[in-house]
Design a protein around this ligand. Structure first.
Ligand code: NAP
Length: 308
């Protein structure tokens, strides 16, 4: 029998509880032996305050999964990599492009595994969408990621602080899908952002991109009440493809609508185990580049103050 990989989970918050813990409980590759979080703990699991404490206490630890916010994750990841641990990163992989690049270089230099996850790429219908679009002429793309920050991120002040990405925190999920299903690379042409007067990051963003000859019209909104929308529509020479509900529903011309159960985090941990066993680095920074480019060239409008 193959020995399980001893893993610690760092940053016990919403996504750790909603997704990482259930995925790890159902997974045979990893043995969750500890957590590290400043305030939060999980019943029955050894708890430490930070990565340094973990490393001192658990010399047998093989891998570390980071589900902290992006700002500050660089130091945690770097500490783990320098100690020779294999590392899995929540999205976005870092708060800046250069931090992410430094993590890749450090992982290479120490021959440790680095996996920058994009959970939305593991949604049920992404692979089918990519396969269908592969040989089509793409004419236009519409991306609509509109959700209510108060419903999905209650009290998460970090998300609107510097390095929190604002509406690009969910929006980067759409970009992670677009960069993997569209046959041509994306570039940012212009961006308009709405930033509340008392916060650092945008609540709204309208971005114009291009992929090959196709216009890509992107709208992110964090103030969406009522119907929540995580949709991508692609007009092609063979009709329109529509990915709904974050990539879990697929509509293509002439076929019945398809959907399947959510296995995003189960697939991420399966992939991480594969990378650990085969000693590979899997980091695709294209979605992060598009966010950085949007921030670089954006027109900013000041919105009224925002409180949760
Ligand atoms: P969260 O609920 O705020 O949890 C993050 C946890 O990290 C906190 O509970 C906190 O626990 C710890 N932490 C360490 N340093 C922190 C800091 N400077 N500020 C705030 N918390 C800090 O956030 P989350 O929603 O789980 O998101 C974490 C990461 O997962 C983000 O990168 C996000 O994009 C990604 N993600 C979130 C979702 C979602 O639906 N929420 C979905 C997919 C991915 P301690 O106080 O105990 O240290």
């Amino acid at each position: 029998m193959v020995e399980k990989i001893k893993l610690a989970l760092v940053g016990i918050g919403k996504i750790a509880r909603d997704q990482h813990l259930p995925a790890l409980a159902a997974n045979n590759d990893f043995d969750l032996i500890a957590t590290a979080s400043r305030n939060n703990t999980i019943d029955g699991i050894a708890a430490y305050k930070n990565v340094g404490e973990l490393l001192n206490a658990l010399p047998d630890l093989k891998a570390i999964s980071l589900s902290t916010p992006p700002e500050g994750r660089f130091e945690q990841a770097m500490t783990a990599i320098r100690a020779g641990k294999d590392v899995m990163l929540e999205k976005p992989p870092a708060a800046t492009v250069s931090e992410a690049e430094m993590l890749i270089a450090a992982a290479r230099a120490r021959n440790v595994v680095l996996f920058a996850t994009w959970h939305s790429r593991e949604a049920a219908e992404i692979d089918a969408a990519r396969a269908w679009l592969k040989d089509k002429v793409i004419k236009a793309v519409r991306i609509r990621w509109m959700e209510d920050i108060r419903q999905w991120h209650p009290g998460q002040d970090w998300i609107l602080a510097p390095g929190g990405f604002g509406v690009f925190d969910p929006g980067i999920n759409a970009l992670s899908i677009a960069t993997t299903i569209l046959p041509e690379p994306l570039t940012v042409l212009s961006a308009d952002m709405g930033v509340p007067s008392n916060r650092a990051c945008p609540l709204t963003a309208d971005i114009r991109m291009r992929s090959g000859d196709a216009d890509v019209d992107v709208k992110f909104n964090f103030l969406q009440t009522g119907t929540q929308t995580w949709d991508i529509e692609v007009d092609t020479d063979a009709g329109m493809l529509r990915l709904g509900m974050g990539g879990s529903i697929l509509e293509i011309p002439g076929e019945a609508q398809k959907s399947a159960a959510d296995e995003e985090y189960a697939r991420l941990y399966k992939r991480f185990a594969e990378l650990v066993r085969t000693r590979q680095i899997d980091v695709d920074l294209r979605p992060l580049h598009l966010v950085a480019d949007s921030f670089m060239i954006a027109n900013r409008t000041t919105l009224e103050p925002f409180e949760f």
